[in-house]
Design a protein around this ligand. Structure first.
Ligand code: FES
Length: 105
């Protein structure tokens, strides 16, 4: 797949594997990170899709996400401080990198 220079992408890195396999996914405008990953066939654990259950909890390795004014209720203060995000309501304006090891095994 060819990516345009200004494309917004999610790079998924499995930090638990020795070779740190990675996958790059294009994010469409207005699409949540969860929607982008599901569209590409990435099997990320999810349930509520509204930031309540915390099942989609994922470490953000690089970049910034935006909850667009929504409150990630399923994310504790400690998890937030430790760099975790909830992809089901998160969007991004620039390329980000996520650690996929929690839900790729
Ligand atoms: S799917 Fe429930 S918090 Fe993301």
């Amino acid at each position: 797949m060819t990516l345009e220079a200004d494309s917004i992408t999610i790079r998924l890195v499995d930090n638990s594997s020795e070779d740190r396999d990675s996958t790059t996914i294009l994010v469409h405008d207005g699409e949540t990170l969860l929607e982008a990953m599901l569209r590409r066939g990435i099997e990320i654990k999810h349930a509520c899709r509204n930031a309540a259950c915390g099942i989609c909890l994922t470490p953000l390795l690089e970049g910034e996400i935006d909850y667009q004014g929504r409150i990630p209720r399923g994310l504790s203060k400690q998890e937030e401080e430790d760099g975790y995000i909830l992809p089901c309501i998160a969007t991004c304006k620039h390329a980000i990198t996520l650690d996929s090891h929690r839900w790729s095994s």
